[in-house]
Design a protein around this ligand. Structure first.
Ligand code: HDE
Length: 729
């Protein structure tokens, strides 16, 4: 390791660092180059202690005789064990389970009219970013596919300093005031007597909290929707949630809400599938992100802003400072102003993904806060939590947290200080250090807080409009497609069904009776409590389709890029079938995997060989987006005798995934007894038949098969399988 960085970065003497002198222009590669100064080559030849002393033996401790006690003077043994004993740091109190990626951000057009933030001006500029996606409630080792909100935190390393947009994949929050956050988190985390359940909202304390806090109603609707079980971090939206401000060079402010939308579309898993994945591959979302980036399928998200003039602050029937409310896009449209691309995996999980420290208070010139009471509390909490998590006040010097902009101030000392500040002075003003570093005027780029006029009595109160808890919950409900509504009701049945206390179950039904009477009746039906005496419900009839994943104009259903397709095969498979379908899928950007009883090679009916990617014991249907079965008589005779193959088909069908089969492959679908499905060959032998996402053709060279199958995969899920519950999977 070279030690250049110790004197060359983060100098606080007021002089720009050597690194910055070399690299005045920040571009896409700047953060990578900065991190390179800290990277350690894994291929060093000699093993040493942390003092650089070469180690002659790391397998046997120093002992007094072959059978004697270990000696205290074995400094290598002591150092190795001591370091190991201290390898853990506290996990994040929330969002402990996360996955990170590097990338860059580019704005589409100058945003000068609205904000002076430099990274939002020049479409030619690529600002490096580091993103951390996370679940909220689970511990560090919990499964990825649990029902939960997902964190979507972005650190922009801008030329004017670090800007953190610390958002979620759901645009509202559970509570209205940060002072309630410890209560909420205590309620959602495993219960305090027995630490059960892990990474789950389906338990008494959470739902007790919910029924004691009607302000949670809107968020709970989102949390029970498909939003809380995303197919991939690459296929979910992101939201800043809190209301922020854009401020332009003239000092004019406007309220803003931030959005991200994935270019691959917004897609989810189904609940039964998520629970099975949690066992089959608890790292499902982490692996998906990692593998996509390794394969060059870089996740992309467009950046959007809703901009609201100050004069319009009070024109809505909700308070724009209330974080349990969305700004419906019909009222305040989203402008899509830039794009983020994630193109590099971290080198070291702990050094980067674990040690990265986000804070909503990390803003740059041109971006400011609102008085949203949740945001105000967040501004305090994040730095405070890093102090204990990362062990002191110098965590900004950890490589992943270091800004690319030069750092210069009079802060000194504290745990783990890396910078060697030269000179005598560490105070301002001074006469012996050339009075540096000095405060910077607005003209020179100094951050000036927005001059908002504030007046009021010191009181513990919320504005009147904060007290409307149900209108937007109803708006959300109205906006759902029928399948999404069904999923929400099923989620209620699972969640509330797991609540032991009947009074809490009843209270949940009563709470949601304020949102929609029919919904309350349907919840009650599944959880063993009476329906409300009087059917209630909010009178809101409006819909806002973009709140739905299915109906949203922000999703796409015309691409199969990066979808994973399982091809089930055995010896005697039809090589022509398999290879032409595989080729077509791959040409569309999907990934095809050969699945069979055993790993190794398979021989086709015409003598070709193909390598199996996964055996039935190492994989499962829940890990794929679609299934294809090629023809070949011997192939199908073998698969029909394998319960695993039938189960694969049944489960995929039940989870509404696209299924394709050609030639004799159709026989496997028939053997799986899929209800109410029309197959090719029933009416005419020539046509490919596509029925509720089950696509079949009698001839492998049927050209329409590929097109129909690809269209079925692009749709993601086929909710119209009426009798899928009959399928035993
Ligand atoms: Fe956080 N939140 N939060 N939060 N939050 C943390 O900070 C907090 C809230 C979010 O990948 C903690 O570094 C309070 C809303 C993300 O490292 C902590 C309140 C939103 C992450 C904290 C909120 C978020 C955190 C724990 C007021 C969406 C993970 C570890 C009720 C806009 C960042 C840490 C990462 C993490 C406090 C509410 C997003 C304890 C007090 C709303 C994505 O400081």
């Amino acid at each position: 390791m070279d030690f250049k960085h110790l004197k060359s970065t983060g100098s606080k003497t007021g002089k720009v660092t050597a690194f910055m002198e070399k690299k005045r222009i920040i571009d896409e590669k700047s953060k990578d180059e900065q991190l390179e100064m800290f990277r350690e080559d894994p291929e060093r030849e000699f093993l040493t202690t942390n003092q650089g002393v070469r180690v002659s033996n790391t397998d046997i401790s120093l002992k007094a005789g072959e059978r004697g006690p270990t000696l205290l003077e074995d400094f290598h043994f002591r150092e190795k064990i001591t370091h190991f004993d201290h390898e853990r740091i506290p996990e994040r109190i929330v969002h402990a389970r996360g996955s990170g990626a590097h990338g860059y951000f580019q704005v589409y057009k100058p945003m000068t009219e609205y904000t002076s933030a430099k990274f939002l001006q020049d479409p030619g500029k690529k600002t490096p970013v580091f993103v951390r996606f996370s679940t909220v409630a689970g511990f560090r080792g919990s499964a990825d596919t649990v029902r939960d909100v997902r964190g979507f935190a972005v650190k922009f390393y801008t030329e004017e300093g670090n800007y953190d947009l610390v958002g979620n994949n759901i645009p509202v929050f559970f509570i209205q005031d940060a002072i309630k956050f410890p209560d909420f988190v205590h309620a959602v985390k495993p219960e305090q007597d027995n630490q059960i359940p892990q990474a789950s909202t389906a338990h008494d304390t959470l739902w007790d909290f919910v029924t004691c806090h009607p302000e949670t109603a809107h968020m709970m609707m989102w949390a029970l929707s498909d939003r809380a079980i995303p197919r991939s971090y690459r296929m979910m939206q992101g939201f800043g949630v809190n209301t922020f401000r854009f401020v332009n060079a003239k000092g004019e402010g406007r309220f803003v809400k931030f959005h991200w939308r994935p270019l691959l579309g917004i897609h989810s898993l189904v609940w039964d599938e998520t629970q099975k994945i949690a066992g089959k591959d608890p790292d499902f979302n982490r692996r998906d992100l990692w593998e996509a980036i390794e394969m060059g399928d870089y996740p992309e998200y467009e950046f959007g802003v809703q901009i609201l003039e100050e004069k319009d602050e009070f024109k809505f029937d909700f308070d724009i400072l209330d974080p349990t409310k969305v700004w419906p896009e019909e009222d305040v449209p989203v402008s899509w102003i830039g794009k983020m691309t994630l193109n590099r995996n971290p080198d070291n999980f702990f050094a980067e993904t674990e040690q990265v420290a986000f804070c909503p208070g990390n803003v740059v010139r041109g971006i400011d806060f609102s008085n949203d009471p949740l945001l105000q509390g967040r501004l305090f909490s994040y730095i405070d939590t890093q102090l204990i998590r990362l062990g002191g006040p110098n965590f900004h010097e950890i490589p992943i947290n270091r800004p690319l902009a030069p750092v210069a101030n009079n802060q000194r000392e504290g745990y783990h200080l890396m910078t060697i500040n030269k000179g005598k002075t560490s105070y301002f003003p001074n006469t012996i250090g050339e009075n540096l570093p000095r405060p910077v005027s607005a003209e020179e780029g100094g951050y000036v807080h927005y001059m908002e006029k504030v007046e009021g009595k010191k009181i513990r109160a919320r504005s009147e409009k904060f007290k409307d808890f149900f209108s937007q919950a109803k708006l959300f409900w109205n906006s759902m497609s029928e399948p999404e509504k069904k999923h929400i009701i099923e989620a209620f049945h699972f969640e509330i069904g797991k609540v032991n206390d009947k009074n809490i179950r009843k209270a949940v039904v009563d709470l949601f009776n304020n949102v929609d009477g029919d919904l309350a009746v349907k919840i009650a039906k599944g959880v063993g409590v009476p329906a409300p005496d009087r059917k209630g419900g909010s009178s809101v009839t409006k819909e806002s389709p973009n709140l739905s994943q299915e109906r949203s104009e922000h999703t796409v259903k015309d691409t199969i890029k990066t979808r994973k397709v399982a091809i089930l095969a055995a010896n005697g498979y039809d090589h022509k079938d398999l290879s032409q379908v595989k080729k077509a899928l791959e040409a569309g950007g999907a990934k095809a995997y050969i699945i069979s009883k055993h790993q190794g090679m398979l021989k086709s009916s015409s003598g070709e060989e193909i390598e199996v990617d996964k055996s039935f014991v190492t994989t499962a249907s829940v890990l794929y987006d679609a299934i294809y079965i090629p023809g070949g008589k011997e192939n199908i005779e073998a698969l029909k005798m394998q319960g695993d193959a039938i189960h694969f088909v049944n489960e995929a069908f039940r989870h509404c995934k696209p299924l394709g089969a050609t030639g004799a492959g159709v026989e496997l679908l028939k053997a799986a007894n899929l209800p109410d499905i029309k197959y090719a060959g029933q009416e005419s032998t020539d046509k490919a038949v596509s029925d509720k996402g089950v696509v079949t053709a009698m001839h492998s060279d049927n050209r329409s098969f590929n097109n129909s199958f690809i269209a079925a995969i692009a749709k993601h899920r086929h909710w119209d399988r009426e009798n899928k519950e009959q399928v035993p999977a």
